[in-house]
Structure formats: structure tokens, C-alpha cells
Write a protein that binds this ligand. Structure first.
Ligand code: HSE
Length: 306
């Protein structure tokens, strides 16, 4: 096989109470990538989308991932990576993870499937590091594995696939860019024990709520007094979006990843549609361009198309 096309899903990370460790995959949007084997021992990037991402492989998330895989495998060829992204960079729904994971899975196919899923996550993490200068797998894990994931540890990698009841996300993506590295600079470097205890309690209760299908517990646990207060000002009308969504029946939600996207979870699709409509109504008056997505949690990560 000399060429392969894959699609990679958008992902929601943090999920309010699980900074850098919780995440889930969305059904849409998905990025589309084609990878080709080329005789020259280089990584060549072709951008078919209009996002103007760097074509220098050392400065491109997919490029860094592919260079790492070529070096590790020691093969005698290179790759041409054709990118047709639908997930806008800096959107907060895992655009960089989709590039890294799409590249890793596609390369694994052309390298004879020599790597495990954990190894692919490790390679994708090398790419993700370029975007955020931090080693966090909360987008990368669900992007590769699909579903709802908890990253218990990145060193060594230990990822837990979480059981969950039906959940539907309404996602509002304001067309403003928030760089993950800059959103991370806003965060406190240390926290007190008195803020850590409720955070641990909420994360534990959230996972218990997912496992028991207890929507009330899931909603009550989606509280974050550490990261959200430092970032919420990045998102126009954040408090109003949250209030209107909860009033429309959402069980909880907040900033998706490092923002600016906002996600709200509901127990069924009609409620998620109502929530998305409320979000659209609020933003329609504000003069900021936006997209909305409604999606179940997707059990599918990166998918091989052809
Ligand atoms: N957990 C990361 C953060 C996600 O909030 O900075 C961003 O990709």
C-alpha cells in the first residue's frame, strides 16, 4: 500500500472537571488527510485547506509526528501528507490532536501496522507538544481510541476508556482563535489544598456518574473553580451561554479544551438541539461569527477511509 486516506474526529477535552485528563470524541467535524509514501527520505506537507499551517515539517504538528515515526522505524522512504482540515486551528475542539493522530494512524498503516495504539498516542503527543508546549493526552487519547477517556498518567501512558450513558454535546465555536499555549499561560502555577479537594471530589463523582448513568451526578460534578475562572473571560458571553443552556435542559458544560469553543452535554438529541438553538440565538445578536455542532459521543477515533 502506497497511499491512505483517514479522517480524524474533533474532541472535547477537560470536560470541566478533568483538566488535562478527561476527553471525548465527537462525530463531527472530522479532518481528512491523505498520506503517501515517497522515495525521498523527507516529510512533505501539502495544505488543501485554507488555514495556512506551516509546511516546514518541524513546525507542523502532523510533520513532527511523521518525522518521529520515520526516525523510529528507520525505513528508507519519506511521506507526503496532504491536509484537508475541517477543524479550525485554535478552536478548542482538538484541531492539533486531529492532525497528530490522523498522521500517526495513517503512517502506521503505511508502515505495516507495526505500532500499538499506545505507541501511536505517544507519537501524536510529540506533535501535540508543539501546539501547547505541554505533555497532555486529553485530546489525543479519544481522537485515537474514540469514546470517553481518562488519562490516568502520561508517563508511563495509562489510559482508561470510560463507560458512559447516552450523552449529546452541543458545541458552539466562536470564530476567534485561542492558542492553547497562551491559554495555558493564564493558569495558576500552584493551587491550594482547599481548591484541590473539591476538584478531586468532582472528578471522582463525575466518573462514578458516567458509570452509573446518573445524569444528576454527572451534572453536579461538572464544576471547576481552578481553570474556568482563569479562562472564561476569553469567551464572549460565556456566563450567558451557560445559563441559557442549563435553562434549556443541558445537564452541564463549560469551556471545551482551552477554548474558545463551549460545549454543553444533554441526555438526548432533542435537548442538545434546543441547547444549540439557544446558543445560536445568544450569539446571533453579538456580531461574532460562529459554528455550532450537535454530536453524540463517538465511539470511533481516527477512521481509515481508503
Ligand atoms: N487540557 C488542555 C488545556 C487542552 O486545557 O490546556 C487544550 O488542548
Amino acid at each position: 500500500m502506497d497511499e491512505i486516506t483517514v479522517t480524524a474526529p474533533a474532541t472535547v477535552s477537560n470536560v470541566v472537571c478533568g483538566f488535562d485528563c478527561l476527553g471525548f470524541a465527537l462525530e463531527r467535524p472530522r479532518d481528512r488527510f491523505t498520506l503517501r509514501r515517497i522515495p525521498e527520505k523527507v516529510v512533505r506537507i501539502i495544505n488543501k485547506d485554507g488555514f495556512g499551517l506551516p509546511v516546514d515539517p518541524e513546525r507542523n504538528i502532523a510533520g513532527v509526528t511523521l518525522v518521529a515515526m520515520l526516525e523510529d522505524s528507520g525505513v528508507d522512504h519519506g511521506f507526503e501528507f496532504e491536509s484537508d482540515k475541517r477543524i479550525k486551528p485554535g478552536s478548542g475542539i482538538g484541531s492539533s490532536a486531529a492532525s497528530a493522530c490522523g498522521a500517526a494512524v495513517a503512517a502506521n498503516e503505511l508502515l505495516g501496522r507495526r505500532y500499538s495504539q499506545d505507541q501511536l498516542i505517544e507519537f501524536a503527543l510529540a506533535g501535540e507538544m508543539l501546539a501547547s508546549s505541554a505533555r497532555h493526552a486529553d485530546n489525543v487519547a479519544p481522537c485515537i481510541l474514540g469514546g470517553f477517556t481518562l488519562v490516568r498518567s502520561t508517563d508511563p501512558l495509562d489510559i482508561v476508556l470510560l463507560d458512559h450513558p447516552d450523552l449529546f454535546a452541543a458545541v458552539l465555536h466562536p470564530q476567534i482563535e485561542v492558542r492553547t499555549s497562551e491559554a495555558r499561560d493564564l493558569l495558576p502555577k500552584t493551587i491550594s489544598l482547599s481548591s484541590a479537594v473539591p476538584a478531586w471530589a468532582n472528578l471522582g463523582a463525575f466518573v462514578a456518574g458516567l458509570s452509573a448513568g446518573d445524569y444528576g451526578l454527572i451534572g453536579r460534578s461538572m464544576v471547576d473553580e481552578i481553570v474556568e475562572p482563569a479562562r472564561r473571560f476569553l469567551i464572549p458571553l460565556f456566563d450567558e451561554l451557560k445559563r441559557a443552556s442549563l435553562d434549556s435542559g443541558a445537564i452541564g458544560g463549560g469551556i471545551s479544551g482551552s477554548g474558545p469553543s463551549v460545549f454543553m452535554l444533554s441526555r438526548d438529541r432533542p435537548t442538545a438541539e434546543r441547547v444549540a438553538k439557544e446558543m445560536r440565538n445568544l450569539y446571533a445578536a453579538g456580531g461574532i461569527e460562529f459554528n455550532t455542532y450537535i454530536s453524540a459521543i463517538s465511539s470511533e477515533g481516527v477512521r481509515i477511509e481508503k
